[in-house]
Design a protein around this ligand. Structure first.
Ligand SMILES: *Cc1c(COP(=O)(O)O)cnc(C)c1O
Length: 443
């Protein structure tokens, strides 16, 4: 039986942790996790944390969900993995059919990978290759949004605009163009969220007008730019982006890796703008937070441009674990829960409850721009602490909350199985934390 202390020591010796300056762990201990159940994570000594950010936005139906566990146990007895080039299996076929049916528009062709960044790479490569197969070899550039985030492999990082992740590697990245964000925090005084979105769309129109001959695709995070600090925007932007991409023969890539599967209040965020993209990238919630899996859905039109006697006109991207049966089964079990439990409707009740409970937090003098889209909440905290994010994270852990602010933005992105008592605890303790910001936070 491991103990907290053993695990911490061995982890720092052997594991290089992501998104981390390892030296900081000389002062800030890692958080050991022994097991999870529902919205709670437990260490080896019985300490618990409410996973209010769904373990980096992936978990939908809680940890150790009995229904997903049962589906995986069943799949383990049948087939753990087989290569997908030249072979096929039930879970990947069923998942592809169901995703195609649920996705907006006619996105009938599913290409799999294991992580979000790889899904973005695939969409970028497919778009470029589509235009090349169509004889438009000048279309080699990608248009992306200011403050956008699409993952951290070199292609995905090229269309990402988060300085902390990007700047060091900028000599390695592809050139592309960036257009203003429709983030409503940028609205001028008196300007509505919709007007702000349409103003950003005008800038997009100008960029496309000038450069469309070189542009293969525009990539966006529909409705919420997650890593930018849960920047939310009006669906009018997406509607306009769809129109403009059609007018200028540019693909629209919807990166719904973070917002897909109900996060914004509809199964897919694009539904709120009544549009369908040319490529839909999904990952994070796809397996309800169980296993690494991502997928790019695309149209007959794109698929058809690769369908040919010549091998090299095909999409030859290969990845060892493509369409892993266990991951596909977890995704299918998650889709079953959506269907059987009416999750989208249930979430609306939960969201309304949280909004009512959070009135006092939203009105707190240190809290600015409290905002909500579906099952995502965020607000800015006014503070002079340059290490606010880290200090708030530690202070929250002491009150049994896993909250990991992005800069000065605190956000909630709880698993959908959170109950009213869980919401009460989350909101009340967060209010307590914000209230006590004047006290020197424990380090
Ligand atoms: C997390 C994320 C990615 C990258 O996914 P990984 O699985 O971490 O590679 C890409 N796009 C968006 C919008 C994301 O939130």
């Amino acid at each position: 039986m491991a103990t907290n202390q053993e695990l911490l020591r061995e982890s720092l010796e052997a594991v290089w942790h992501p998104c981390t300056q390892m030296k900081l762990h000389e002062r800030l201990p890692l958080v050991p996790v022994a097991r999870g159940e529902g919205v709670w994570l437990y260490d080896f000594e019985g300490r618990r944390y409410l996973d209010a950010i769904s373990s980096w936005w992936v978990n939908l139906f809680g940890h150790a969900n009995p229904r997903i566990n049962a589906a995986l146990a069943d799949q383990l007895g049948k087939l753990e993995h087989v290569m997908l080039a030249g072979f096929t299996h039930e879970p990947v076929v069923e998942l592809s059919r169901r995703l195609a049916q649920l996705a907006p528009g006619n996105l009938g062709h599913c290409f799999y990978a294991s992580d979000g960044a790889s899904a973005v790479e695939i969409a970028l490569k497919m778009s470029f290759h589509y235009w090349r197969n169509r004889g438009e070899s000048r279309k080699t550039r990608f248009l992306s949004l200011e403050n956008g985030y699409h993952g951290e492999t070199l292609g995905a990082l090229s269309v990402t605009d988060i300085a902390l992740f990007r700047d060091t590697y900028s000599p390695l990245l592809m050139q592309g163009a960036r257009v203003p964000t429709p983030d409503w925090r940028r609205a001028a005084p008196g300007e509505s969220a919709e007007a702000c979105a349409l103003r950003a769309a005008q800038a997009l129109e100008q960029a496309l007008e000038r450069n469309h001959e070189q542009i293969a695709a525009l990539i966006v995070e529909p409705l919420v730019q997650g890593a930018a600090g849960m920047a939310m925007y009006h669906p009018a932007y997406l509607k306009k982006a769809r129109e403009l991409c059609d007018r200028y023969s540019v693909h629209l890539i919807a990166d719904e890796i973070a917002v897909g599967f109900g996060r914004t209040g509809t199964l897919f965020a694009c539904e709120q703008a009544e549009i369908a993209p040319d490529f839909l990238c999904l990952s994070k919630g796809l397996t309800a937070g169980y296993l690494p899996l991502s997928v790019v859905l695309t149209t007959d039109e794109v698929y058809g441009a690769f369908y040919d006697d010549q091998v090299t006109r095909g999409f030859l991207h290969s990845h060892s674990y493509t369409g892993n049966p266990l991951a596909c089964r977890a995704a299918l079990a998650s889709l079953d829960i959506f269907e059987q439990d009416g999750v989208i409707t249930a979430n609306r009740h939960n969201a309304a409850y949280l909004n009512r409970r959070a009135a006092q937090l939203a009105a707190h003098p240190r809290v600015k721009q409290f905002r909500n889209t579906g099952m995502i909440w965020a607000f800015e905290v006014e503070t002079t602490d340059p290490a606010f994010s880290r200090n708030f994270f530690r202070a929250a852990l002491e009150r049994e909350l896993l909250l990991r602010p992005l800069g000065n933005t605190v956000y909630f992105m709880p698993p959908y199985v959170i109950t009213e008592p869980g919401i009460d605890l989350l909101v009340e303790r967060t209010l307590g934390l914000v209230d006590r910001l004047d006290d020197p936070l424990r380090r």
